[in-house]
Design a binder for this molecule. Structure first.
Ligand code: MG
Length: 247
C-alpha cells in the first residue's frame, strides 16, 4: 500500500514539474489565439437602442413585421411610438421566425389601475410562440409567484420583483436558447433563458419544462423555429422599441 502511494506521489510530482518545465519554455505568443475574429458591431447610444446587427421588429411607426395570431393583419393600435393591445383583436406575432436570440422589448401597463392579481395589466411575450415570459402589473399587486412579471408563466419564479409603477415603461432583455430535438422527436436539450427586467437579472439561465400551459404540466413536443408573439389578455398593455439579434 505504502509503495503504491509513493509511486502515485512520484508520478504526480513528475507530471507537475513537466508541465512547469513546458510553461517555462513557452513564449507569450504561444497562448495567443487570433482566429476567428469577432465581428465588429456598432453599439447603440444607450443600452436600449438597437445595435447595428439587430433586426428591428417595432420602431414605433408600423406593424408591418407583425400579423394576427388568428391570421390577417395585426389589429393593435399604433400611436405615439407604441403599439397597444386592442381587446378582442387577439394576440399578434412576428412574420419572421427565430431559434436562438437576444431580444429587447419595452412594455407598459396602464397608468389607470383596474383589476387585481392576473387581471391587472396582463399580457405576455411568447418565445417561439410557445413559452410565455409574463407581462403583468406587479407593483403592489400580489399574484402567484410563478405567474408574476418576470416569471416564465407557471414554471419559473423571477429572482426579484423589479417592477416599475403602472404607466411607466419597463424593459426586458432575454437571451434565449431554443430546445433541441433528436431525429426521433425526443428532447435532446430543453429551452434555456436568461432575462433582465429593467436591467436587473430575474431569470438566470433557467431550463424550461416545455411550452407554457394554463392548465396542467408542460411537456415538450418537437418543433422548429417560431415567432415572437404578444398576448391579448384584454388589458391595454403597450409595447415599444422591440429588436432582436439572432444567435
Ligand atoms: Mg400573460
Amino acid at each position: 500500500m505504502r509503495s503504491i502511494i509513493f509511486v502515485l506521489a512520484a508520478c504526480t510530482f513528475t507530471f507537475c514539474s513537466k508541465a512547469q518545465n513546458n510553461n517555462n519554455q513557452m513564449k507569450p505568443e504561444d497562448t495567443e489565439v487570433w482566429e476567428p475574429v469577432p465581428k465588429v458591431v456598432t453599439p447603440g447610444t444607450s443600452t436600449n437602442t438597437a445595435p447595428g446587427d439587430a433586426i428591428v421588429l417595432f420602431d414605433g411607426t408600423s406593424l408591418h413585421q407583425w400579423e394576427a395570431e388568428k391570421g390577417g393583419a395585426a389589429g393593435w393600435e399604433v400611436k405615439d411610438g407604441a403599439m397597444t393591445v386592442v381587446k378582442g383583436a387577439g394576440g399578434i406575432k412576428t412574420k419572421q421566425t427565430f431559434e436562438d436570440f437576444q431580444l429587447h422589448i419595452e412594455w407598459r401597463t396602464p397608468a389607470e389601475v383596474t383589476g387585481e392579481s392576473q387581471g391587472r395589466g396582463n399580457s405576455g411575450i411568447f418565445m417561439m410562440g410557445l413559452y410565455e415570459l409574463q407581462v403583468l402589473d406587479n407593483y403592489n399587486n400580489r399574484t402567484y409567484s410563478n405567474g408574476q412579471a418576470g416569471s416564465f408563466y407557471k414554471q419559473r419564479i423571477p429572482l426579484v420583483n423589479v417592477c416599475r409603477k403602472p404607466g411607466e415603461w419597463q424593459t426586458y432583455d432575454v437571451i434565449w436558447t431554443a430546445p433541441r430535438f433528436n431525429a426521433d422527436g425526443s428532447l435532446k436539450s430543453p429551452a434555456r433563458a436568461t432575462v433582465l427586467q429593467n436591467g436587473v437579472l430575474v431569470q438566470n439561465n433557467v431550463e424550461l419544462d416545455g411550452p407554457t400551459l394554463y392548465i396542467g404540466k408542460p411537456a415538450y413536443k418537437q418543433h422548429g423555429p417560431g415567432p415572437i408573439a404578444l398576448q391579448d389578455h384584454g388589458n391595454p398593455v403597450s409595447y415599444r422599441n422591440i429588436w432582436i439579434r439572432t444567435l
